[in-house]
Design a protein around this ligand. Structure first.
Ligand code: 3PG
Length: 393
């Protein structure tokens, strides 16, 4: 796979696939992290004499022009974060895009309209990819977080122009490879979230590769129930009991320790400030639900972090969106951050909820690497080939 440094960009139009699928409220970008993370690539292209033309999707307009899903909403934030004049073209192909490219002045950045306004994007249509390719000289993919999609702007286009990975794409891949392909052992993974059913492939891929897995969030309830423990009214996939037992057997055979909660925080209602109590994991009252891991469980998780050299984190330990059920996630995240800052742990985290939880705990800044990716991070951890990465060679 080529990098920006391998390409001659002088005077070239560089079609740069970025992921600026950022949260927006009332017409304003509320979290510019993904924009901040593409700045090094845009700067590098400009420094090398290239003309950056940004290609991106926004939301899911399903192949139609949906004005509320126009990428123009990101223009001010882009301009501010990049510290550049950002021009905008109301189409990503055809004469409108061409005219905007021709008008690009030195030092400017051009943003093209949402690629998903065209049905050919999600179909990975060669004809649509050819329309995109016509506009530029070089293709740079800096959208790791969209690389699990085999779409025209992430996949087919890479085969039509001299292609390379951008700096963020490189950084994401390097962090994941360091954490999982050739990690310093022991490796501990945190796998949390509501449902085991969405994490089966992830657990299957991690078990032979890591030394311990902390199971957190609602999915831990399914594992507790699979051992005959009454979890009351907790979120639980009872129909997956035998699958959970089979996973425990596989982990045992692979010498991978599964760390389940030993104590839990329970409440009768799921709302901010709800009355809660801590009980042993075996003693959830029948009319209560488990909403977080308890302090003994957190101590166990921190001990596992202290024994480890590498940490991969995907998914919260409790219902972190509603305090006080963020306590376990916060405490574990802070411990991981401190161990990382002390040089004792290499820590990588990713996934939409995970990053939100780590940001809320204030720990994210001290992790070795926090991915910008949600679905793509998960698919990488599942061992799947990401089409957008594969297309770069
Ligand atoms: C994301 O936000 O995870 C990426 O931009 C991919 O978006 P998608 O799930 O709509 O393909």
């Amino acid at each position: 796979r080529k990098t920006l440094a391998d390409m001659d960009l002088q005077g070239k139009i560089v079609l740069t696939r970025v992921d600026i699928n950022v949260p927006v409220e009332d017409g304003r970008v509320t979290d510019a992290t993904r924009i901040e993370r593409i700045k090094p690539t845009v700067d590098a292209i400009l420094d090398a004499g290239g003309k950056p033309v940004l290609l991106a999707h926004f939301d899911r307009p399903k192949g139609k022009v949906v004005p509320e899903m126009s990428l123009s909403v990101t223009r001010d934030a882009l301009s501010q974060v990049l510290g550049r004049d950002v021009t905008f073209a109301a189409d990503c192909i055809g004469p409108v895009a061409r005219a905007a490219i021709d008008a690009l002045a030195p030092g400017q950045v051009l943003l093209l309209e949402n690629t998903r306004f065209h049905p050919g994007e999600e179909k990975n249509d060669p004809a649509f990819a050819a329309e995109l390719a016509k506009l530029g000289d070089v293709y740079c993919n800096d959208a790791f977080s969209a690389a699990h999609r085999a779409h025209a702007s992430t996949e087919a286009l890479a085969r039509l122009l001299p292609a390379c990975a951008g700096l963020l794409m490189e950084a994401e891949l390097k962090a994941l490879e360091t954490a999982l392909a050739q990690p310093e052992r022991p490796v501990v993974a945190v796998v949390g979230g509501a449902k085991v059913s969405t994490k089966l492939d992830l657990l299957g891929n991690l078990i032979p590769r890591v030394d311990a897995i902390v199971i957190g969030g609602g999915m831990a309830n399914t594992f507790l129930a699979a051992q005959g423990i009454d979890v009351g009214k907790s979120l639980c996939e009872h129909d997956l009991a035998s699958t959970a037992r089979e996973i425990m057997g596989r982990a045992d055979a692979a010498n991978c320790r599964l760390i389940l909660p030993v104590d839990v925080v329970v409440a009768r209602e799921f709302k901010a400030g709800a009355a809660s109590e801590t009980v042993p994991a075996t003693a959830c009252p029948p009319d209560a639900m488990i909403l977080d891991a308890g302090p003994d469980s957190v101590a166990q998780v921190i001990a596992a972090f202290e024994d480890a050299k590498t940490l991969v984190w995907n998914g919260p330990l409790g219902a972190f969106e509603i305090p006080p059920f963020n306590a376990a996630t916060d405490a574990a995240a802070r411990a991981a951050a401190d161990l990382t800052a002390a040089g004792r742990l290499m820590s990588v985290a990713g996934g939409g909820d995970t990053v939100a939880a780590l940001n809320a705990s204030g720990a994210a800044g001290k992790f070795s690497y926090v991915s910008t990716a949600g679905g793509a991070f998960l698919e990488w951890l599942e061992g799947k080939t990401l089409p957008g990465v594969a297309a770069l060679g």
